[in-house]
Design a protein around this ligand. Structure first.
Ligand code: C5P
Length: 413
């Protein structure tokens, strides 16, 4: 035991305590990679973090709770009720600055995606308000299974952060992706998360998101399939990078987990969206137009419900809505404008036209032809189009696309 401690300490000398004062909840699920979390726990403590541990019952088959209790100097929680006493999962969730689940099994991932709460770790996850980071570990076929991919996309779209699996030898003897990241790398990710290095600190960003809704009569409206996922993911990524974010969004169905610093401005129609954007525009440095604004609205709003009449057709006259991006483009001066384009043909050419007509500095192009891309999906396959540059990105969760856009902005500034 002594030798083992000596070995770990000498491997990771840490002169300054980079997590001093941080409260970290470390969740451990039933994977062989749980042994690496013993090191992780020790590293976090050595960096000055206060660490509390929650294990799933199956995790205790891999590492004994007493190991973690000793290293964290705190009792380990496993069940929702222990010794006939209820354990307060809400309190632990609220206490933490970050909830790090490492390793995360396919089983716990599936339960997180569906909102199950049949153990202490899951109940805490559901009531946790702090940053949630997961480091999955599983066999490569489990990792590639469509169910796992979908579950991962679901939790990432809700704001959970991912420390990706790494390639290598797996417990099964197979070779491939599925190994949990090394504890040293998880530690560095966590330190970075809390570091004050916020590249967009001091910048104010306007983001438009979601669809707009154009009323026809008191009960009907025109809209589109936009879910708002991309725009909300962008708002979160920008806020995580230190930007002050004004999110003007149309009606969305999903309750997105949003960084608490983001200022939300819910609107319904394109006219309302333009009014809100005009109001906010003067004080912002960057504008990102991710909303799917209705191009047209009914020429007239009919005060009474339109009645069904004889005959097979009904003519509804539409008129053009304002183009928010183009309107603000006219007064942009040196602000950075990024737009989105969803094209079905001549994609690059059409995206380039928008650079000019709407005065965008860059267009994030996505094509409905790409599987997993576009409305409603948690993933997106995009191309960054500038006047003289094109960058094709692979299919990835929208939260990751959002980070790529943030990185683009940081480089541009
Ligand atoms: O012309 P199109 O609708 O393809 O342009 C898409 C881009 O323009 C997106 O960035 C979208 O948010 C923005 N847009 C807008 N107001 C409109 C239509 C589109 O801001 N009325």
């Amino acid at each position: 035991m002594t030798e083992w401690f000596l070995c770990m300490d000498s491997e990771n000398p840490s002169p300054e305590k980079r997590l001093e004062g941080k409260k970290i909840l470390l969740g451990i699920t039933g994977s062989i990679a749980a042994y690496k979390s013993v090191y992780l726990c020790r590293f976090l403590v050595k960096e000055g973090a206060e660490v509390r541990i929650i294990m799933t019952p199956s995790a205790t088959q891999f590492v004994r709770p007493v190991t973690f209790a000793t290293l964290s100097k705190n009792p380990v929680r496993i069940s929702l009720a222990e010794n006939d006493e209820w354990s307060d999962h809400v309190e632990w969730g609220l206490w933490s600055d970050a909830f790090l689940i490492a390793p995360l099994t396919a089983n716990t991932l599936a339960k997180m995606a569906t909102g199950m709460a049949d153990n202490m770790l899951l109940a805490t996850y559901l009531s946790c308000r702090s940053k949630i980071i997961v480091a999955p570990a599983m066999d490569l076929d489990m990792w590639h299974h469509p169910a796992t991919c979908q579950n991962l996309e679901t939790i990432l779209s809700r704001g959970v952060m991912l420390i990706d699996v790494v390639d290598g030898e797996l417990a099964s003897g197979l070779q491939g992706p599925g190994r949990m990241a090394e504890p040293e790398d998880i530690l560095e990710y966590t330190v970075k998360l809390f570091s004050n290095n916020k590249p967009l600190q001091g910048k104010s960003v306007l983001v438009t998101a979601g669809p707009t809704r154009e009323s026809i009569d008191p009960v009907r409206y025109l809209t589109n399939h936009s879910s708002g996922k991309m725009g909300f993911a962008l708002a979160n990524a920008l806020a995580d990078a230190g930007a002050s974010v004004q999110l003007v969004h149309g009606p969305v169905d999903e309750e997105f987990r949003l960084n608490s610093s983001i200022k939300k401005h819910p609107v319904v129609s394109a006219e309302e969206m333009l009014t809100a954007c005009n109001y906010l525009y003067e004080k912002i440095d960057i504008a990102i137009f991710a909303a799917a604004v209705s191009d047209y609205k009914p020429e007239e709003f009919t005060m009474q419900k339109i009645k069904k009449e004889d005959g097979n057709t009904l003519v509804l006259r539409l008129k053009k809505n304002p183009d928010i991006a183009a309107e603000l483009g006219k007064i942009k001066k040196n602000k950075l404008h990024i737009g989105f384009a969803l094209e079905t043909e001549n994609e690059i050419e059409n995206a380039r036209k928008k650079l000019q007509t709407k005065k965008f500095d860059m267009v994030v192009l996505n094509s409905l032809a790409d599987e997993g891309s576009g409305f409603g999906y948690d993933t997106n396959k995009v191309t960054f189009v500038e006047q003289n540059n094109i960058l094709h990105l692979e299919l990835k969760p929208k939260a990751e696309v959002a980070k790529d856009i943030v990185n683009y902005i940081v480089k541009k500034l």
